[in-house]
Design a protein around this ligand. Structure first.
Ligand SMILES: [Ca+2]
Ligand SMILES: [Ca+2]
Ligand SMILES: [Ca+2]
Length: 255
């Protein structure tokens, strides 16, 4: 006969494991656009169904509705080849409103690309709601221009820029404001010029220029850290899963 205390212990262990899985901060590499088969829906990125001709509303407004972004098939030949980016950020691809947005999409208008992410309560011992405790730094390649970036509806005030060729990326950092639980990163993209249709797309990856940022202080920089907010070695129950394409060389460290 199983003792009541044993059952309680087993339930506690089960809840702890579930809790541990709920407390994983995403490694920045796992957030790249276009991680999937060309022509299929992006597994994590969404795009607004509307292309706003002027004064786009706040992306959290009810008037903005989203559907899955689509991995370009093929991407426009003038755009940077995503596989030429340095490992480990060569795991992404171009996305758009349809599989052929790279050939032509509405132009003279603004679309939002949205990344929903779920965040635990604290990063490296500091509340995630404290600005700068968890920082994501991205490189955005775009046709034609990134015009604004929002975190949970707050405009980050990032100067517009970026383009689609090698070296023309817009690099930007997002220090928050993060919430415990569900968060939204929204990238506002303007597609020009004023002819329609015209190629449009977005390739967003973690920026290698984030350099030495190390949120949990364990000596492994965030971009190479499978658990960027958990210092020390992994235990059996810590789900420090490296999400990578099978073909990509593994450089992340489980610490
Ligand atoms: Ca264009
Ligand atoms: Ca680290
Ligand atoms: Ca770590």
């Amino acid at each position: 006969m199983i003792k009541k205390s044993t059952i309680i212990t087993l339930v506690f262990v089960a809840l702890s494991i579930q809790n541990a899985f709920a407390q994983v901060f995403p490694n920045p590499i796992s957030l790249s656009t276009g991680q999937g088969t060309p022509g299929s829906n992006d597994p994590i990125w969404l795009v607004s169904q509307q292309c706003f001709s002027s004064a786009p509303p706040n992306p959290t407004s009810a008037s903005v509705t989203f559907s899955p972004a689509v991995i370009q098939n093929p991407y426009n030949a003038a755009w940077i080849n995503p596989s030429t980016l340095p490992a480990p950020v060569n795991n992404g691809d171009w996305i758009g409103f349809s599989a052929t947005s790279g050939s032509g999409d509405n132009s003279g208008c603004y679309r939002y690309y949205r990344l929903p992410i779920t965040l635990p309560a604290d990063c490296g011992g500091q509340s995630v709601t404290v600005a700068g405790s968890y920082v994501l730094t991205f490189d955005g390649y775009v046709d034609n221009t990134i015009t604004a970036v929002y975190v949970n509806g707050v405009n980050m005030g990032i100067a517009a820029g970026g383009s689609f060729s090698a070296g023309s990326q817009l690099t930007f950092s997002l220090p928050g404001p993060w919430l415990v639980g569900n968060n939204f990163i929204d990238i506002q993209v303007f597609n020009g010029p004023l002819t329609s249709p015209d190629p449009s797309g977005l390739l967003l990856v973690a920026s290698p220029s984030a350099g030495s940022a190390d949120s949990d202080g364990d000596g492994v920089t965030n971009i190479n850290d499978a658990c960027p907010c958990t210092a020390g070695t992994t235990s059996l129950f810590l789900p420090c899963i490296v999400i990578r394409e099978p073909s990509a060389p593994s450089v992340m460290t489980h610490v």
